[in-house]
Design a protein around this ligand. Structure first.
Ligand SMILES: [Zn+2]
Ligand SMILES: [Zn+2]
Length: 376
């Protein structure tokens, strides 16, 4: 028999929405929560975000539990009866499961009689684009809230079901992307010497950037530069082109590491462009700060897992992907942990992935144990 939470998860799965467009999803969450009314509900946070705040008296600590509203531009390749009804969009990161677990805390919260404190359930928009958390943080409605602890989890396929992945010192890498637009001068292809063709600078940059990488994950100075898009001229064989561009995504373990890398990339770009008299524009975007884990908050996660008798696996380093929970971990004592989603479960962002419903009670039990430690 399906539980209420499982039904909610599958309904959310059927009607996925892209980052920044999570209107129906937010409405569904609000409707579910209306049966367990919070003391205060804030809507339209940083877009379609919702904060459900349950207060126990006026004093005490505020614990935030965060999940994500958005799905991905991927056509689902599954055949079950709750398949995505939205063409080309599906929940391939398990945010449907994360939402169901966090919403599923509401009935339990209503039954609690903590003497003080506050529980804030945050349903954050636009995680996949790295914009949602940052926009929640600058929303006027959010600025007046005081948060003492922030927690979140992410399901992790390829790890045994129900295993808690403890991440010291952080959950995910600092990730940023950049583009460099190079401008020289077009010329006749028979006389390239009369123009300034950016091809050679692009080639030099790709080679120089490769040497900036330190891809060993156990190295504290880990840094990875991945070229994602190159463009030069057109298929016009009479023209030596005068414009081109490079796009990269880069990652490090820390904010300091990223700052140093950004500086190096900017210096190299300036030097290589000057060498061949090219002008350029360097732009940075899609910033996911590293999700650093607070020591105390991480200990709360550890003892929650141990108290529940769950398998704990201490991970040697953060995940290499970006996760915009990093915006929150910059502001508050925070911890994000992994929840094993099964050894044979398809990887995140794969077209045949589906969040395993078996994880719903585990995730909820973890969050309850975390909250109890802080408020009880
Ligand atoms: Zn994702
Ligand atoms: Zn995700």
């Amino acid at each position: 028999m399906k539980t209420k939470i499982q039904t909610l998860r599958r309904t959310l799965h059927q009607f996925p929405e892209l980052s920044g467009q999570e209107q129906q999803t937010a409405a569904r969450i609000k409707e579910y929560l209306s049966a367990y009314p919070p003391t205060r509900m804030i809507s339209g946070l940083g877009g379609h975000g919702i904060a459900a705040i349950y207060e126990f008296g006026n004093s005490g600590l505020t614990v935030m539990i965060r999940c994500e509203l958005d799905a991905l531009p991927i056509q689902e390749q599954n055949a079950f009866d709750y398949c995505s009804q939205h063409m080309g969009v599906s929940h391939k990161c398990g945010h449907d499961g994360h939402m169901a677990m966090v919403a599923g805390l509401a009935p339990w919260i209503q039954e609690q009689d903590f003497d003080h404190g506050r529980i804030l359930l945050l349903f954050q928009p636009a995680e996949e684009t790295g914009q949602g958390a940052a926009e929640v943080l600058v929303d006027d409605q959010w600025c007046e809230l005081e948060i003492d602890y922030a927690f979140a989890l992410h399901n992790i396929p390829g790890e045994a079901l129900h295993t808690i992945l403890l991440m010291e010192p952080g959950f995910s890498a600092e990730v940023q992307s950049f583009s460099i637009k190079l401008v020289g001068k077009t010329a006749h292809a028979s006389e390239p010497e009369n123009g300034r063709n950016p091809a050679f600078t692009i080639a030099e940059m790709v080679q120089t950037f490769e040497h900036l990488s330190q891809p060993a994950t156990d190295h504290p100075a880990f840094r990875l530069l991945t070229p994602v898009h190159l463009n030069l001229g057109d298929r016009s064989y009479g023209i030596s082109p005068g414009a081109g561009e490079l796009h990269y995504t880069v990652r490090t373990w820390s904010q300091d590491g990223m700052n140093a890398l950004v500086q190096e990339i900017e210096t190299i770009t300036e030097q290589l462009c000057a060498k061949r008299e090219l002008s350029y524009q360097l732009d940075w975007f899609e910033h996911f700060p590293a999700s650093a884990n607070d020591k105390g908050a991480n200990e709360i996660v550890r003892s929650a897992a141990q108290g529940l008798g769950l398998e704990v696996k201490v991970m040697p380093h953060p995940f290499k992907f970006g996760e915009d929970f990093g915006w929150f971990s910059r502001e508050y004592p925070a911890a994000m942990f992994g929840l094993g989603a099964g050894l044979d479960t398809p990887a995140l962002h794969h077209a045949d992935y589906d969040f395993p419903d078996d994880l719903l009670p585990t995730g909820m039990a973890m969050f309850r144990a975390v909250i109890r430690q802080i408020l009880a």
